[in-house]
Design a protein around this ligand. Structure first.
Ligand SMILES: [Fe+2]
Ligand SMILES: [Fe+2]
Length: 241
C-alpha cells in the first residue's frame, strides 16, 4: 500500500478516536473553524473587486458567505459538545501552513494590467481549490466517524459544510482555466498542488503531535505512541512530497 494511502487509513482510525471524546472532537472542529475564519484575518483572500467576469464575482461572493455560515455551524457544534471555541496560533491554521509552502503571491497590486490581474486571481483560486479539496477529503473521513459520535449535531453540521466545500472545489478549478491560457493554468495548478501536498503533511503531523501532547488523557489507552510514530513519519515525508 503506498504511504499516502496508509496515512489515509490511519487518519480514518484517528477520526474515530477523535469523535469518541468530546474534548478531542471539539479541538478538531475548532481547527476547521479557524480555517473558515482565516479570510477575515488577511486582505488578499477573495479579490472580488478585481474580477472582471460578473458571474465569477458573484460565485466568489457566495463562496465567502458559505464560509461565514460554516463558522457558525462549527461554533454551534463545539457548543453542543460542551466546549468553547478557542483562538489558535497561525501554526494551527491550515491556510497559513499552505501559504508557508507556496512561493507565488496572489495579491493584486495597483497598476497591474488585466492579464497580470487575472494571473494573480488564478493563483488565489488555485490555492483555494487545493485547500478546499483537502478539507473536503478530511470532512468525508470525519463525517464517516461522526456516525459513531455520541452527539448527532456535529455530523449534521459537517454534512452541510461538506456539500458546500464540494461546490467550492469544482468552481475554483474551472475558474483557473477560464482566467489564464491552458499551459499557464497547468503550471499554476501544479505549484499549488505541490504546496498543499507538503502543507498537508506538515500541518497534519504538527497538529497531531500537539493534540497528543496537550490532550494526553483523552486518547484511548495505548494509542498515543502509535499516532506519535505516524506523525513523525509524516514529517520525514515532507521534503520528498
Ligand atoms: Fe468552509
Ligand atoms: Fe469552502
Amino acid at each position: 500500500m503506498p504511504a499516502l494511502h496508509l496515512i489515509d487509513a490511519v487518519k480514518r482510525r484517528l477520526h474515530r478516536d477523535i469523535v469518541a471524546d468530546p474534548v478531542l472532537h471539539a479541538r478538531v472542529l475548532n481547527l476547521y473553524l479557524c480555517g473558515e475564519a482565516y479570510p477575515h484575518a488577511v486582505d488578499d483572500y477573495f479579490p472580488i473587486e478585481h474580477v472582471d467576469c460578473p458571474d465569477l464575482a458573484s460565485t466568489m461572493r457566495a463562496h465567502m458567505q458559505d464560509e461565514d455560515k460554516h463558522i457558525a455551524l462549527y461554533a454551534k457544534a463545539i457548543e453542543k459538545l460542551g466546549c468553547e471555541v478557542i483562538d489558535l496560533d497561525d501554526s494551527a491554521i491550515f491556510n497559513v501552513v499552505i501559504r508557508s509552502h507556496t512561493p507565488s503571491p496572489w495579491r493584486v497590486e495597483p497598476g497591474m494590467d488585466a492579464d497580470a490581474r487575472n494571473d494573480r486571481i488564478a493563483n488565489f483560486l488555485a490555492h483555494a481549490h487545493f485547500l478546499e479539496k483537502r478539507v473536503a477529503h478530511s470532512l468525508e473521513m470525519h463525517l464517516d466517524a461522526c456516525a459513531h459520535s455520541p452527539s448527532p449535531y456535529p455530523g449534521k453540521a459537517v454534512s452541510a459544510v461538506l456539500s458546500d466545500e464540494n461546490r467550492h472545489v469544482a468552481y475554483t478549478i474551472d475558474a483557473v482555466h477560464d482566467l489564464v491560457p491552458r499551459q499557464r493554468a497547468n503550471d499554476i495548478l501544479a505549484e499549488h498542488a505541490r504546496a498543499e501536498r507538503r502543507a498537508n503533511l506538515d500541518f497534519s503531523s504538527r497538529t497531531l503531535l500537539r493534540l497528543l501532547r496537550e490532550e494526553a488523557d483523552h486518547w484511548p489507552a495505548g494509542r498515543r505512541p502509535f499516532f506519535g510514530a505516524v506523525a513523525w513519519a509524516m514529517r520525514r515525508m515532507i521534503a520528498g512530497a
